[in-house]
Design a protein around this ligand. Sequence first.
Ligand SMILES: [Zn+2]
Length: 342
Amino acid sequence: MNTSILLFFTSLLFTLNVQAARLAIVIDDVGYRVNAENKIFQMSVAVSIAILPNSPYGRKMAEKAYQQGREILIHLPMAPLSKQPLEKYTLHPAMNREEIARIIQDAIQKVPHAVGMNNHMGSAMTSNFSGMEKVIQELSHRRLYFLDSVTIGNTQVTKAAIGTSVPVLRRNIFLDNTQTEAETRHQLNRAIALARKQGSAIAIGHPHPTTMRALQQTLATLPSDIELVTPSMLLSSAPTTKNDNQIVRNCIKPRESKPAPATSSDYLKMLGKALSNNVIVNSLNRHMQKLLGHYRAQETPNDSGKPEVRQTTENKMAGKTKPQQKDDQTGAQKTKDACANF
Ligand SMILES: [Zn+2]
């Protein structure tokens, strides 16, 4: 075959890092500052929001986000270790099962369309195993995932979810512990680097003006190998079992390992399939299909002595090349479909 074509696509494959790294961004504490929070609604719909259930505008924000197809989490207040002003109905480790269930049910009513929950504060609550067991048990009846904001190193969330049907995700990066645009941009770059390294990353920010500006800038120039996703898109349908790490791994869709191509034609097919997942090279894929057709026309029968069934192969490839979806087409329905086993 034409060696230069093979070299061209090989270099393209490595240069473009064809498997997109997935980054989820969640904005917490939504429901109090309408003007600042309205900036979120101008951003990519893949940016998710976590709404405080007893905030004055929480329901309104949930309805607005739902209209856009934006993913919604309940930002459930949980007791911190330090003394500070608390939200109404903050979960405390000393609460009994019924109280916790009632507060969660109330929050679900006040934040319609939520598909997940994460903790507001919560260093005392999330580090208490029996407290979090009660929370997780209630969530298991509600088909909500839990995103651990990780406000304390000793969090018991993952452990409390062992053996339950509740999927758990963990926050990797806080975007605005220091409220400056430069710091938030720096943290966004850290999140991007982590997503490339691990395959995915979750960053949490707040509706501070500095965070909104840094996000607007960074999202406008997001590298092509970074796919902005909702937290639920990082979940697989695998049940939570075994140890802490296993649970987190279960929640993250594994990368497929590709078998080595047997022939140069297989190699081009493999490249075409991989490249079809990349935003930039979708259009190039069409040219590859033409090249493949040209190459097959020159190809001799395969090892079995039978000629390739061209139509079948091409149909297969066409079926696997999904049309590219724009950000504003990724809605709640889509993420529910992708994660039907919450
Ligand atoms: Zn919060």
